[in-house]
Design a binder for this molecule. Structure first.
Ligand SMILES: *Cc1c(COP(=O)(O)O)cnc(C)c1O
Length: 367
């Protein structure tokens, strides 16, 4: 056996997973519930209610899909896109590129609208890309570049199109108002700002999108119609039928993480992320480092910073992990060796974590 558990818990300051809230970790150890147990159905109902709050939606069909954020992306497209449908995608990083790939596999006529990595998507250019697309898709928080795009403005311009939004690194970390902004289909993940281990994809779909959904999607597992047993709850659990075995321990963890967030207050949690990100970004600049994402569009929860000339990006990350148990991320795509990604998400969105990573980076760079 070559695996050995690190003696000290890692500080997960990369692009995700981040460290979970202790309440979420503790819930994983609760006695396991069966997936049709009335107690579990009540837990699931409450979890969906809590999810509505963090999404900013009244959508009846709001639930955690049983897989990671990428399955949320897949579910979003397979349930709205049929061969020949026109899909406009804003591409300003890795996850926008993935959306194009997933939409193309559904047979869509994909119109990618490209932007420089490190800059946000321009909503007007997306709206102008085609007169009548079925779907306009964009990433709210591009984790690959640390950039926030203006989803509210996109919602105002969407016209008849369905607005499909990746909120994986937005939910529970920055402002997100699905209903007010006109998001028709949204997906997220648990392991970023929600502070829960990876494994579920919080998902929401508006009535408008539901009516225009694909009747027989190419995916059986992610067919929202078949998932009706979870979706069409009347609160009694009576309508629940077996589709797949819900990962009940993960749902318990998500429930606990959401309770933790709502007890602190969603606005307070978002303000905490904003403050931690600001401290980190100011500290990095004081060290003489240059931020990668365009000013004015920087995410507080995921900071991208340029690797200084002559510094081995991978060696620094390795030393941070070995000496300080701190994980940070490499840059994405062609920026793998020239950018670092530092996430302060969930419980890590704190002044202490910002100071910790700054001090460690300073110590490593000094050598
Ligand atoms: C992490 C992430 C995903 C993918 O989520 P997984 O949980 O890794 O499947 C998708 N979009 C964005 C913006 C992400 O940050």
């Amino acid at each position: 056996m070559t695996f050995s558990q690190p003696l000290v818990a890692r500080h997960l300051f990369g692009p995700g997973p981040g460290n979970p809230y202790p309440e979420a970790t503790a819930a994983l150890g609760h006695p396991l519930l069966g997936h049709l147990d009335p107690a579990f159905l009540a837990l699931m109902d409450e979890t969906c209610d809590h999810l509505r709050q963090v999404w900013g939606t009244q959508n009846r069909r709001t639930l955690p899909l049983s897989a990671t954020g990428s399955a949320g992306m897949e579910a979003g497209f397979v349930n709205t896109v049929e061969p020949g449908d026109v899909v406009v995608v804003g591409v300003n990083g890795l996850f926008g590129q993935r959306m194009c790939d997933v939409a193309a596999r559904c047979g869509a006529e994909v119109i990618p609208v490209e932007f420089d990595w490190g800059t946000p998507v321009d909503p007007q250019r997306l709206a102008d890309a085609h007169p009548n697309p079925k779907v306009i898709a964009a990433v709210h928080a591009e984790t690959s570049t640390g950039v926030r795009s203006d989803i509210k403005a996109l919602g105002e311009l969407k016209d008849d199109a369905l607005l499909l939004v990746d909120a994986v690194t937005a939910i529970g970390g920055i402002e997100l108002k699905a209903d007010d902004w006109g998001i028709d289909v949204g997906y997220a993940g648990t392991q970023k700002c929600l502070g829960v281990p990876p494994g579920l994809a919080p998902f929401t779909i508006s009535e408008r999108a539901w009516e225009r959904r694909v009747q027989k999607p190419q995916s059986w597992y992610l067919d929202l119609g078949l998932l009706g047993g979870y979706l069409d709850s009347d609160g009694t659990g009576g309508g629940r039928t077996y589709h797949h075995t819900a990962p009940t321990a993960m749902v318990a963890a998500l429930h606990a993480g959401l309770e933790r967030i709502l007890a602190e207050g969603l606005d307070a949690v978002i303000a905490r992320h904003a403050k931690a990100g600001r401290l980190l970004q100011e500290g990095l600049q004081e060290m003489g480092l240059e931020l990668f994402a365009q000013e004015g569009s920087r995410l507080p929860d995921l900071t991208t910073v340029k690797v200084p000339e002559g510094v081995d990006a991978g060696a620094v990350r390795g030393e941070l992990l070995e000496r300080f148990n701190i994980e940070i991320g490499a840059g994405a795509g062609k920026f793998a060796k020239s950018v670092w990604r530092i996430g302060l998400m969930g419980p890590n969105a704190s002044e202490d974590s910002a100071e910790l990573v700054l001090a460690a980076l300073r110590a490593v760079l000094k050598r």
